[in-house]
Design a protein around this ligand. Sequence first.
Ligand SMILES: C[S@@+](CC[C@H](N)C(=O)[O-])C[C@H]1O[C@@H](n2cnc3c(N)ncnc32)[C@H](O)[C@@H]1O
Ligand code: SF4
Length: 454
Amino acid sequence: MSSRALPAAWRTHAERTLPRYTSYPTAVAFKTAAGEAEARAWLGATRADQTISAYVHVPFCKRLCWYCGCHTSVFHEYDRVQAFFQTLMLEVDLWADAIGPHAGAAHLHFGGGSPNALAPDDFLVLVRHMADRFALRPGAEVAAELDPGMLTEAFIDACGEAGVTRVSLGVQTFDPEVQAKVNRIQPFDMVAAANDRLRKTGVSAINFDLMYGLPGQTPENVAATTSAAVGLRPDRVAVFGYAHVPWMKKHQVMIKEGELADGDGRWAQAEAADSILRAAGYLRIGLDHYALPGDLLALAAASGTLRRNFQGYTDDPAPVLVPVGPSSIGRFAAGFVQNAAATDVWSRAVEAGRLPVARSLRVSAEDELRAAVIERLMCDLTVDVGAECLSRGFEPTALDDAVAAAAALQVDGLCRVEGRTVTIPAEAFRLMRVVAACFDAGLLAAERRHARAV
Ligand SMILES: C[S@@+](CC[C@H](N)C(=O)[O-])C[C@H]1O[C@@H](n2cnc3c(N)ncnc32)[C@H](O)[C@@H]1O
Ligand code: SF4
């Protein structure tokens, strides 16, 4: 099993701080002072034959991992979480009443934070309420991201009863020393037991999140973690590079920068995980996902229907994403909306009977075009830019400046440009954001806010 070192010509590219392109335009472009009226009008435009999805953000955790980049806070008393749960139930009604006729929900996703901060009964009631109010379709995916460190047997059983189809467990690392450095003690046996019980309860698909670039991580201990993880045979594995942004996430100052690997070290760690996963039969999907060949994501990748949205890579084709919970982002035909991030602001709006939307962005036809090109590159590693332009009513030359910018990356081997088709070679997949960035019209203003590309 050989791992490739970071080629010298790629070092500067890997250092670039770039968006993850889970949307285009990226969330930093969303404007404040969005009107609730706008969100209602956009929602109302949903067609009766369109499926919808919903994302629920639970911004609570039992612990704060020092590396965490998510929107969350630690709770000590359940009263706070329960009050939050009751507001969530009201918010589901607000969105369901506003949306009008649609073809039912194809996908419910619970993220955070840790949705298992909710009491098992409250979680069950919430899933059933959403299934009812959003007309959950038969065979729909109901997915939840769970923290194994506070995952009780009662919660796992509630997942079974609620009809949860997929669970993502945050594994990150099994190395005890790295766990101590990031304030996340989580023995292997804890994850193995959760994995077993989830499967026995009927949760048919399990994902693991792994990380590289954490303090104290080395190619060797990333390899050991990855081998232990694949031994449990998760259906999917995500391998995320630690995004160190202490200017945005203050608790990350707890991480000693001197203990973080440099670009070459991060690359070697990512390669170590990659080679073990692929040798174990996992297919590489997009930037940071791996899946067993029968998994829905692998099937979507094989058929060219893979999508990228705020949850990362998905096979969910629904054109409408309803945002539930503080900071959640929604997508409607006309544009994006984001709920208020502060839990008190969000709950005051909901309790007053208002959709808790704080920011929005209407997307233009050009935004849609750029978004499509970026999404295909991030999903398929290849895109016929001219064909995308034509299919959206633009001249095939409309993005020629961006194609020329991509062509300038050919000399370093990041992509190939033939006519207007841009292709990222498999070995350069980890730098796909650098190629995608050529099509990002708003990048210059945003570049300083993001984390490094690798
Ligand atoms: C919402 S958490 C997963 C569920 C649960 N809270 C847990 O930690 O087990 C989402 C995932 O984001 C990843 N993540 C969190 N902070 C990150 C960061 N700063 N850089 C890269 N990935 C990060 C972790 O892999 C984590 O599992
Ligand atoms: S990584 Fe997960 S458990 Fe840890 S603080 Fe972030 S959201 Fe919470």
